[in-house]
Structure formats: C-alpha cells, structure tokens
Design a protein around this ligand. Sequence first.
Ligand code: 3HC
Length: 294
Amino acid sequence: MEIKKITVLGAGQMGNGIAQVCAQAGYEVKMRDIDQKFIDNGMATIKKNLERGLAKGKITQEEVDGVLGRITGVLDLGESVKDADLVIEAIPEIVKLKLDTWREVDGAAPEGAILASNTSSISITQMAAVTKRPNLFVGMHFFNPVPVMGLVEIIKGQGTEDSTVDVIREVSGKLGKKTVLVNEAPGFAVNRLLVPAINEAIFAIQENVATVEDMDLAIKLGLNWPMGPLTLADFVGLDTLLYISDYFVDEFKDSKYRAPALLRKMVRAGWVGRKSGKGFYDYSSDEPKPVRFH
Ligand code: 3HC
C-alpha cells in the first residue's frame, strides 16, 4: 500500500514535529487539534524550525514554502481523517481520551487506512481493540525533538499484521529515521531503560548524593549523554515521567519501577520541567539555574 496522505492528531511538542518531518518527506499532511490556538502554536514551531534551517543554509526558501504548503491545520476530527492513508496520533497520554479518539477515527477514516499511535507507554493492543481493524493498528514511537532524533520504535500489538509493520518501516525510512521492531511490552525498548535511569538520578538528588548540576555533569561527561538525566527529565516533562513510572508499577507489578517521592512532590507543586518554567532547573532567566533541594 502506498502512503500519500498522513493525518497527525495533536499539534503539540510531538505532533508538530511529526507533521514537520512528514511534510519534509513530501507527504500531504493534515495536523489536527481541538483548538485553533494549538494548531497556530504548532505551525509557528514548525516555521521557526524551518527558518533556523534556512538561516544555516541547510534548506532553501522554496523548500520551506513547499513544506509549509503541504501542512493543513484542521479542527474537525472526522474531516481530518476522512481521506487519510495513515493516521499518526500524538494526543495526551490519557487512556480514555485515546480510546474515545480511536473509536471516532475508526468510524471516519477510510477502511484500509493504517492507524498508528505515538504513545510512550499505553498498550497498542488495548487501543487496537476499540477499532474494527486491529490488523492495521500499530505503535509508531518518535523521540523528542522529532526533527533531530533518528529513531522510530515500531510496536507490534497482538493483532498487528506484518504487512502493517512493513508500511510503517517504509514510511519511517522516508522520514529519515531508523526503526526497531518491538513486541508490545510496557515502555517498549527505550522508555523501559530511560525512565528507571532518570528515576535513579532523582533518587540520588533526594538522598543528597550530589547537586543537580554535578549529577548532570557526571552522566553527561562520564557516559557521554548529550544531556544530563535531570536536564533530560525537565525536557521530557516530569508529569510524563511520573505517569510512565506509575504505569510501569501497575503493568509489571514490580516496585523496582517506583517513582521517587521527590518526583511526585514536584509534579504536585506544578514543577513539571521546561514547559512550566521550573523543574530541576529554573528557566525564568536566559541561563537555566539548578534548583537546590538540600
Ligand atoms: N527542534 C528541532 N531541531 C532542534 C531542536 C528542536 N526542539 N533542538 C535542537 N535542534 C537542532 C538544532 O537546530 C541543531 O541542528 P543542526 O545540527 O542542523 O544545526 C541540532 O538540533 C543540535 O542542536 P544544538 O546544537 O542547539 O544543541 P545540542 O547539540 O545540545 O542538541 C539535542 C540538542 C538534540 C536536544 C541534544 O541535547 C539531545 O539529543 N538531547 C537528548 C534528547 C533525548 O534524549 N530525547 C529523547 C527523549 S525521550 C522521548 O522523547 C520518549 C518519550 O516517550 C518520553
């Protein structure tokens, strides 16, 4: 099956990145969100990214115009998917919201369209089960920032057909991404390692093993990570990390995945990282300042 038209559900951090790389690969893209202001913000981010590429001489003005011309913002869900070949969902990680959305998409999208979720943890099989096409339902997990990160995890649910995986592998290749195939399991491959690793760094802060900046520097230089784990925690969002940790404990029935009390306390305080202006660093000035916990 040849994919030409892609609908991306959600214009947030992940959704606008996915829409951008799809349009850059030449696909006709519809980017859907529930409020025009989310679509406008998503389009503004895409424009900013492309203009940065233009300023660095990596793309031409003609290419920028071409990419922007291939993305249409849409508010109505049914309208957004009615002629899609592939729907990629990047809406908030709320199980009920995902299931309700997939039921509606299944009823409105063409019969043969492939449905892919960018969920970071929710069961592909559970979402596929509310549609009439579990064979065409698959996980397509991108990484933030989408235009930069080179991986897509393809997640095979209980009913996902191999031919569906093949199509997603081909599309991901056209987006310039390498793929790994993961049989459904909580956290797939990457988050299963990443989330406990970040949590361990937060336990170390909680236990006053080192300061925030030293913990980050230790891992950045000692392990050659591009960002220290606490900078990365703020980048991913502490609310997301807490959600995934709690989900892991529920699914694996294993307390080794438990979230540090400090993470829960920070989320309760609204300190969820960069997007809220405060997490392990304070982002109120140009240079982020590490927060002191002891
Ligand atoms: N959007 C688009 N492009 C971006 C960007 C963004 N948000 N941030 C940086 N870039 C681009 C820059 O323009 C630059 O492009 P160029 O090479 O063409 O000039 C390139 O990325 C490098 O950027 P910088 O030089 O400004 O900064 P760094 O070299 O420090 O790289 C980084 C920034 C790519 C974000 C790097 O720090 C990094 O890789 N960090 C780790 C990110 C990571 O681990 N992501 C995964 C998170 S987990 C996840 O997403 C899964 C979820 O389920 C939880």
